[in-house]
Ligand binder design. Structure first.
Ligand code: SF4
Ligand code: SF4
Length: 166
C-alpha cells in the first residue's frame, strides 16, 4: 500500500489509541487498583492482614475499636485480601491514581475504625456482625438469627441450650 493510501486510511479510521491524559482513561472491569475498605461491613476477623503477602494491612485493637490501616505503597494489588474477606469489606477498585511525590509516600494510606458493639443481653463488648455476613452465614429465620448474632458467645451458648437457636 502506498504512503498516501495508508495516510488516507488512517485519517478516516480515526485514532486507535486513547487520548490520555487529554481524554477519559478507561480501565477494565477486573482491574486490580487501589484497595478500598468499608468499616461498616468488617467483622474484624483479621484474615486480610493474615493473607497479605506484603504486610500492607495493619489491624490494631484500641479502646475505641479495631483500627484498620493500609499503606498503599506496600500493596502489591494481588487481591488476596479481597478474595479471603468473608464480608467483602475489603475490595480492589479500578482506581489507578496512585502516583505521588516521594515526600508524600507515607501519607498514601487509608485508615478506618471498626467499632465494637455490646451484647444485647449482658452488655459485654463484642465484634460487630454486619447483616451481610449474617445473611451469608446463617439461616435467617424472620430476623431471629439477626438477634442471636448480637449476643456474646456466652449468651449465645445459653440461648442455644434453651433451644432458642434456629
Ligand atoms: S491486594 Fe494483596 S498486597 Fe494489597 S493489601 Fe491486599 S493482600 Fe496485601
Ligand atoms: S476487612 Fe474482611 S478480612 Fe479484613 S478484618 Fe475485616 S472482615 Fe476480616
Amino acid at each position: 500500500m502506498s504512503f498516501l493510501a495508508v495516510l488516507m486510511k488512517n485519517l478516516f479510521a480515526g485514532p486507535s489509541t486513547v487520548a490520555f491524559p487529554f481524554g477519559p482513561a478507561e480501565t477494565p472491569e477486573a482491574y486490580r487498583g487501589r484497595v478500598t475498605f468499608d468499616a461498616t461491613t468488617c467483622v474484624g476477623c483479621r484474615m486480610c492482614a493474615h493473607v497479605c503477602p506484603s504486610g500492607a494491612i495493619r489491624l490494631e485493637d484500641r479502646a475505641d475499636g479495631l483500627h484498620f490501616g493500609i499503606w498503599h505503597n506496600a500493596c502489591a494489588n494481588c487481591g488476596l485480601c479481597a478474595h479471603h474477606c468473608p464480608t467483602e469489606a475489603i475490595r480492589l477498585s479500578n482506581d489507578w491514581h496512585l502516583a505521588h511525590p516521594q515526600s508524600e509516600k507515607y501519607a498514601l494510606a487509608d485508615h478506618a475504625v471498626v467499632r465494637r458493639v455490646r451484647c444485647t443481653s449482658c452488655g459485654t463488648e463484642i465484634g460487630p456482625s454486619p447483616d451481610a455476613l449474617v445473611r451469608r452465614a446463617f439461616r435467617d429465620v424472620a430476623g431471629r438469627t439477626r438477634h442471636l448474632t448480637r449476643l456474646c458467645p456466652d449468651c449465645r451458648r445459653a440461648a442455644s441450650l434453651e433451644g432458642a437457636l434456629p
